[in-house]
Write a protein of this length. Structure first.
Length: 309
C-alpha cells in the first residue's frame, strides 16, 4: 500500500533532503527509523522502504510542510502494531513520531511527523503536486534583529528597497526559462511556471491585541515583526532556483544592481557567478498543494512530460 506522510523539519542539521552515504539527511534519518520500526534489513530488495518527496530541499533549508510517500507491504506494516490496539497506520505514526523525538538522541529532535495516512489512488508526492510555496525571511538594517530567529532568518547589513525588489519579482511570474537562476536535473530543463512572487515587510503585530486596551507598554512585537519576506509559488522549482532569485532581488534592493540587469538575466537564461544562491537558512518550504483525488493520476502523468516554452 502507498502511504502519504506529512512532516516538518529544521534543515540546519541536515545536508539536504536526499539520502547520502556518509552525511546526515532528512530522508536518511526517516528511512533509518522506518527500517528499525518495521524490522526490515537495510537494502532489502523486496521492501526497500524508499521515500519519494514533493520537493528536495538543499543543505540548510527548512520545511514547515513537506510531503512524501512510502510504498510498503501490508504484512510489513502490520509489524509495528505490537501491543497497540490501533490500526497499523496509526501505530506507525505514533512509533515514528516517538523514535524521531527521543530525548536521549545524540542530536535534537529536528523532524516532526505531522501525520501518516493511506494515499488515494494515483497519488504521487512529487508528480501529483500542483504547486509548492516557499518563503525566504530576511532581517535587514530596517529590522530589529532577534538572535532567536538566526536558524531560519538571514541577517544582512543592508537597507532593502522592497519596492524595487517587487519590480524584479514581478518579472518572474509566468512561464519562463530560469536558466540564469537554476541548474537543471540530468535530462531536465529549467523551465518553470511561477504563479506568484512578491516581497512584503511583516508589520509589527503586538502580542496583546488593541482590543484589550492595556496601553502601549504591552505592544511587544511578535518574533517576525519587521522582517522582509519573499513568497513564491510555482508548479515546481529547479535546483537553487528560489535562493538564486532571492539573491538577485537582494542585489537590486541593496542598490548593487539595477532592474535592467535583472530583466536581462530573465531574458537570457545564462548561468554565471552573479546569480548564485543566497545563504540557505532563510528559506522554508511552507506548503505543497494537490488536486482533488480524481485528478491525482492525470496530474502525475502530465507533469512527467518534458517542459517547453
Amino acid at each position: 500500500m502507498r502511504l502519504r506522510i506529512d512532516l516538518a523539519y529544521d534543515g540546519g542539521g541536515f545536508y539536504g533532503w536526499a539520502k547520502q552515504p556518509t552525511l546526515r539527511s532528512v530522508q536518511g534519518e526517516i528511512e533509518s527509523a522506518l527500517h528499525r520500526i518495521l524490522r526490515v534489513p537495510d537494502n532489502d530488495p523486496d521492501e526497500p522502504l524508499r521515500l519519494t518527496v514533493a520537493g528536495r530541499t538543499d543543505t540548510g533549508v527548512h520545511a514547515s510542510h513537506q510531503v512524501c510517500h512510502l510504498d510498503v507491504g501490508e504484512e510489513t506494516l502490520a509489524r509495528c502494531v505490537g501491543h497497540m490496539d490501533v490500526p497499523a497506520v496509526i501505530a506507525l505514526t505514533r512509533r515514528l513520531q516517538r523514535l524521531l523525538a527521543l530525548p536521549d538522541r545524540l542530536l535534537p529532535a529536528d523532524i516532526a511527523i505531522r501525520g501518516i495516512a493511506p494515499a488515494p489512488d494515483g497519488f504521487d508526492a512529487r508528480f501529483s503536486a500542483l504547486e509548492r510555496t516557499y518563503v525566504y525571511r530576511i532581517a535587514d538594517r530596517a529590522s530589529e534583529v532577534d538572535p532567536r530567529t538566526r536558524g531560519f532568518v538571514l541577517h544582512i547589513d543592508d537597507d532593502l528597497d522592497l519596492a524595487a525588489m517587487n519590480e524584479a519579482a514581478a518579472m518572474t511570474i509566468g512561464l519562463h526559462d530560469f536558466g540564469s537562476f537554476a541548474t537543471p536535473n540530468p535530462g531536465g530543463t529549467t523551465i518553470r511556471e511561477v504563479k506568484t512572487a512578491y516581497w512584503r515587510r511583516i508589520p509589527a503585530s503586538p502580542l496583546i491585541g488593541d482590543g484589550m486596551a492595556m496601553g502601549e507598554r504591552y505592544r511587544t512585537p511578535a518574533a517576525e515583526s519587521g522582517l522582509a519576506c519573499f513568497t513564491i509559488v510555482a508548479d515546481a522549482f529547479a535546483r537553487n532556483m528560489v535562493r538564486s532569485l532571492v539573491n538577485g532581488c537582494v542585489q537590486v534592493g541593496a542598490g548593487k544592481r539595477q532592474l535592467d540587469w535583472f530583466a536581462g538575466k530573465m531574458a537570457v537564461p545564462l548561468r554565471e557567478g552573479s546569480t548564485g544562491p543566497i545563504a540557505p537558512q532563510g528559506l522554508t518550504l511552507e506548503h505543497v498543494a494537490y488536486p482533488s483525488d480524481d485528478r491525482l493520476a492525470a496530474r502525475a502523468n502530465a507533469i512527467r512530460a518534458k517542459r517547453t516554452l
